[in-house]
Every structure is written in C-alpha cells, then in structure tokens.
Design a protein around this ligand. Structure first.
Ligand SMILES: [Zn+2]
Length: 435
C-alpha cells in the first residue's frame, strides 16, 4: 500500500508522520534530540502547520513558538476546545512521546472537518515547542506561555552553549518582550484534551489499549549538599566525616521512606568531591525528585526525609543543605472532560476504562491554570519512554484516534452554545488567533 492510498487520519499515516518528524534531530545515527527554538523546532512546526492546513485549519505560530491551528465552529470567534501535546524531545528520545498526541489531535480535527459537522465551539490544536525542558533546564516553557504563567526571570536561563532564552527567542524570530501575547484567556477556552503515551506499564499489564488520567502527580525537586571533611584514605574510621558514606545512607533512607508512604522518590544525580580514589569524600551533591498524587502526602514525606537528613548528618558529623529547585502542585483532571474521554473510549468497545495517575509531568499541568484539562493515555510497549525503544501498536493508535475524536464530539455535545469570544472588529485580546 502506498502512502497515497492511505487514509490521512489512519494509524499507518500517523505512524509515518511520527517517522517523518523523527528525522528532524540534532543527533546522528537515527537518534532523536529536538529542542526548543532551534532549526529542528522550526522544521517540525512547518510540517505540523502543513498538516493542520490539510485538516481544514487556519494556522499561526504564537509568541512562544508554539504551532497552532484553528477550525472555526458554527460562527467565527467562538471559544475553543484546545487539543494538543508537544513536539520537543529529551536526548535519545523515542518518536511518540508528545508527538503522537499532536498528530492524533490534528487527525481528529481533520475527520470532524471532513464530516462537515458545524460545532458550537472552535477546535484548536497546539503543538507545544517546549515541554521537556531539555535545552534550558526549565520544563513547560511553551505551555506556560500559553497559560500566561511564564516568569520574565526565565529569559536569563542559559543552554549548554551559554545562549540565553532571550537570545534564543530573538534568533527564532520572536520578541522575548512580547511573550505575554501567547497567553490565552479562560473565557476564550472550553477545555484542553491531550492524548499521550502512558510512560508506564499499567495499561499493558491490564490488557487495555487506552486509559484515562485521573491526576497528574505533583512534584518537588531539591538539590542536596552533604558536607563532610576530605582527608587521606588512611584516616581511621572514627576520625572520618565521609560525605559519600552519609549520602549513601541518605539515598537508601529516601527510598525506604517514599516506598513505605506509597509515593515515588528518585535520586538521579550524584557528584562526589574531590572524587579521587585515595581521598575521603569531603562533599557530595545529590538531587531529589518527589512525586505523589496528593501534595499533602508528598510534603509529608519530604518532612520525614528532611528529619532523617538531619539525624544522619548529626550522627556522622556532617552538615546538609537542602535547596528546593522545582515545585508543581498535583493537577486533577476535570470530571466533565474525563467523562468525555470515557465516552470516547467506550466508542472503541471498552466501557470500563482504567483510571491512571500520571507520574510524569505534561503540558496539561501548565494549561490547567487557564482551563480544565483531561488526558487520554495510550499503551506503550513495556512502559518504556524517553528511549529509542519507545513503541506503540498501530491498532492502539487507531483506537486512540477514534476515541479522541469521539471524546471531542462527546464534550462538544455537552457544551451549551456560547457567543463569540469577541466581535471580529473589536479590540481583540493579544492571543486571539490572527484572522
Ligand atoms: Zn510528553
């Protein structure tokens, strides 16, 4: 079968588009790394924009470099249901995390447009330029701009080459001081739906192709520094203040504390100073990432860990500094939108879908600041993501596209018609899509 004979919104076409996007990478050898405000970002925006136009949408790139498309409802200017995900990746990424959600959203709009139905809301697809935070170390830069929650101080963040976010916006042809124009207003929106691979094993274990996100876990991150005293490796134990031995005890206590509380904790980064074979470690820096369905549970575990840090360090003659580097509250998906996703999944033959906690962060966490959100999860092989082995079944992509389209229609059917957000000739809010 040639691509010309494929249904443009069918699973094989979507998977072929994932392959086409995967070719835009800064890494050689088929590995994928595509980050914010780069030539690769520009290239995938152009491709996604072209597919949006084929799907009947009017397109533009917003002030933060997010690629957007809009299909008007029965009257021009109606509030919009946002659909989307992200096109950026981590280093050595898979080809579906984020990307598949953008393509499913475009396909759903394509089908609705082709059917000729006139909806009581507009549909917009947003392909976010930065969710992973790979380039500037700060996640959700695209979706936070859309939500109007960007912090101007972030413009001074730098990438590995020392290029600031401000300079990167300029090099991309965007005005860093006009970022606020990307912000959307709650009155212009009726919700946000996102399809995404699960990044976990639960759908596969349960034999389900699709699931519904109940909550996106809240996260806190800390940078911990354990200070001891460096010295010759001939020093007797009773005279040592070994920062690494203390840090090792801290890592295992963190795991045990989180495990017994039923939440997730990860120490993923560890640096030892001076890191020499015959020197007692004098200082260790480590990271801590805590995630939980409830902010109270997460904060309770941090309190326990914090007390344990003090006890361990006091006992070993060490000191510890803890600095919080990130905090995001848990975001519950709205019942109204979850019901629509459930109705969508029911149309594919599963009337009893699984509800899942998302331990990974998503654009919806940021978008929730301006409108209600919900997510459809798609089974991925072995729960593997952020890795070249990321894999989805074509049959699951087909089911996800059917369910997503049906979820949009179910949500829209429940929507009472509203008047247009602003008359076409009035002074429109900055982020109203350009006519
Ligand atoms: Zn993602």
């Amino acid at each position: 079968m040639t691509s010309a004979t494929l249904d443009r919104t069918g699973a094989l076409s979507l998977l072929a588009r994932c392959d086409e996007l995967a070719a835009h990478s800064t890494l050689p050898g088929g590995l994928i790394r595509r980050v914010y405000l780069t030539a690769e970002h520009r290239a995938v925006n152009a491709l996604a924009g072209q597919w949006m136009i084929e799907a009947g949408m009017r397109t533009w790139q917003d002030a933060a470099g997010n690629q957007c498309g809009r299909l008007e409802g029965s009257t021009p200017g109606l509030p919009a249901l946002l659909l989307g995900s992200h096109l950026d990746t981590v280093p050595s990424a898979g080809r579906y995390d984020g990307i598949l959600g953008v393509l499913i959203a475009i396909a759903a709009v394509d089908r609705i447009h082709a059917s000729g139905i006139r909806l009581p809301v507009a549909l917009e697809v947003v392909a976010f330029g930065d969710e992973e935070g790979t380039r500037f170390g700060r996640a959700l830069l695209g979706s936070r701009a859309l939500a109007g929650t960007s912090d101007p101080a972030w413009l001074d963040l730098t990438d590995e080459q020392g290029i600031t976010l401000r300079e990167a916006y300029r090099a991309f042809g965007l005005d860093p001081d006009a970022l606020g124009a990307a912000a959307r207003q709650p009155d212009d929106l009726v919700g946000y739906l996102e399809a995404h691979i699960e990044q976990g094993p639960y759908l596969e274990e349960a034999g389900h192709a699709l699931g519904i996100v109940s909550t996106i876990a809240g996260a806190r991150r800390f940078s911990l520094t354990v200070n001891g005293r460096a010295g010759h490796s001939g020093t007797p134990f009773e005279r040592r203040h070994d920062a690494l031995a203390g840090a090792a005890e801290i890592v295992t206590v963190i795991e045990a504390t989180a495990r017994s509380a039923g939440i997730i904790a990860t120490v993923g980064h560890l640096e030892v100073f001076p890191n020499a074979v015959n020197v007692i470690p004098g200082r260790v820096e480590l990271s801590l990432d805590l995630r939980a369905e409830s902010d109270a549970d997460r904060d309770g575990v941090w309190k326990q860990i914090s007390d344990a840090l003090t006890e361990i360090c006091d006992r070993r003659g060490l000191t510890v500094d803890a600095r919080q580097t990130h905090s995001a509250p848990a975001v519950a998906c709205s019942a109204r939108l979850r019901d629509a996703v459930a109705a969508g999944i029911a149309r594919t033959g599963n009337a009893d879908p699984l509800f899942l906690l998302s331990r990974a962060g998503h654009d919806g966490m940021a978008v929730a600041a301006v409108t209600e959100i919900a997510m459809l999860f798609i089974r991925c092989r072995g729960g593997v993501s952020h890795h070249p082995d990321e894999h989805v079944l074509a049959a699951d992509v087909a089911a996800a596209t059917d369910a997503f389209e049906a979820a949009v229609l179910a949500l829209v059917a429940a929507e009472t018609p509203r008047s247009p957000a602003a008359p076409a000739d009035a002074a429109a809010p900055a982020a109203t899509p350009p006519a």
